[in-house]
Write a protein that binds this ligand. Structure first.
Ligand code: UDP
Length: 314
């Protein structure tokens, strides 16, 4: 089996490459290194079944030889990144998805789109089931990511219906773990790095907004379960993959202070525009159809991540 992973040098993409190789796949990893980094895949560069190509997937994609699976994971994914790179974000979600789908069609490969809980916007339903259509501000600064992914889902489903390609969509909820960048900007890495450096933890808003944090190995297991699932009508709908344990950002700060033993104080900053008030995945579909659910507790996952950042900074 041969898989192409776009964004394969990113946080999630690189973990995905690892696990596909473990499962016996040949892996072609494409990344333009905009937010990805070769340090995430350095350990794979000599692997006989692994090939890295520095490539912008908004350009026409040509891959020699057979391909069984195309996994489209390329995109800036942290709010600070997609706010700084709005056009690239829109392009990789639209043109990049088009090229990745075209490759899957050409090779008669299975296609898996990395979508996001951001398609639900600032949700008016909590937890969010896949049937919820969302509450997105299309013209706000976050809209570049949210709408790119919504378009990517629409295009994927059109290819599924019209070209009959075997396409699946995963909606990824907040995920954390080793290989996040120290300056990634997302809340778990920010708080851990701040706590380890003895700097104030920056809570945006009053910290009462909620998120549900999934450890990266759990997320990748869910994605592989979706990739391997037999074709069926169920694949007509996206799958939420995330950890349904919902907590406030303030609780997360307190937990990270306790786990690191840090005496950092908490500092309050303005809430970014359109920052969702709540977010929690309803994972009943993934549980019943894919037989998947997260198994890593928050304490365990955070401890692994703290260990990673401690090693990085020491
Ligand atoms: N956040 C925060 N402090 C930070 C970074 C983020 O309070 O240093 C908040 C952010 O406003 C949001 C939540 O933490 O409410 C999760 O933010 P993140 O950027 O990790 O992901 P999002 O779910 O917003 O895409």
């Amino acid at each position: 089996m041969r898989a192409v992973v776009t964004g394969g040098a990113g946080f999630l993409g690189s973990h995905l490459c690892d696990r596909l190789l473990d499962a016996g796949y040949d892996v072609v990893c494409l990344d333009n290194l905009l937010t990805g980094n070769t340090s995430n895949i350095g350990h794979l560069l000599g692997h006989p079944n692994f090939k890295f190509v520095k490539y912008n997937v908004t350009d026409y994609l040509f891959i020699d030889g057979p391909v069984d699976a195309v996994l489209h994971f390329a995109s800036p994914a942290s709010p600070i990144d997609y706010l700084e790179m709005p056009i690239q974000t829109l392009k990789v979600g639209s043109l990049g998805t088009h090229k990745a789908l075209g490759l899957a069609k050409e090779k008669k490969a299975r296609f898996l789109l990395a979508s996001t809980s951001e398609v639900y916007g600032d949700p008016l339903v909590n937890p969010q089931p896949e049937t919820y259509w969302g509450n997105v501000n299309p013209i706000g600064p976050r809209g570049v990511y949210d709408e790119a992914k919504r378009f990517a889902e629409a295009l994927t489903m059109a290819y599924r219906r019209y070209h009959k390609i075997d396409a699946r969509v995963v909606r990824i909820f907040n995920t954390y773990g080793p290989r996040m960048r120290p300056n990634d900007g997302r809340v778990v890495s920010n708080f851990i790095v701040q706590a380890l450096d003895g700097k104030p933890l920056t809570i945006y808003g009053d910290g009462s907004q909620t998120r549900s944090f999934c450890y990266v190995s759990d997320l990748i297991s869910g994605i592989l379960a979706l990739l391997k699932a037999a074709p069926s009508k169920e694949m007509d709908q996206p799958f939420n993959i995330g950890n349904p344990e919902e907590r406030t950002v303030r609780d997360l700060a307190i937990k990270i202070l306790a786990l690191t033993g840090s005496s950092s104080r908490i500092e309050y900053h303005d809430l970014p525009i359109d920052d969702p008030h709540v977010r929690c995945p309803d994972i009943r579909r993934a549980k019943s159809i894919l037989g998947w659910q997260p198994v890593i507790s928050t304490d365990e996952g955070l401890q692994h991540t703290i260990d990673y950042f401690s090693r990085l900074t020491s």
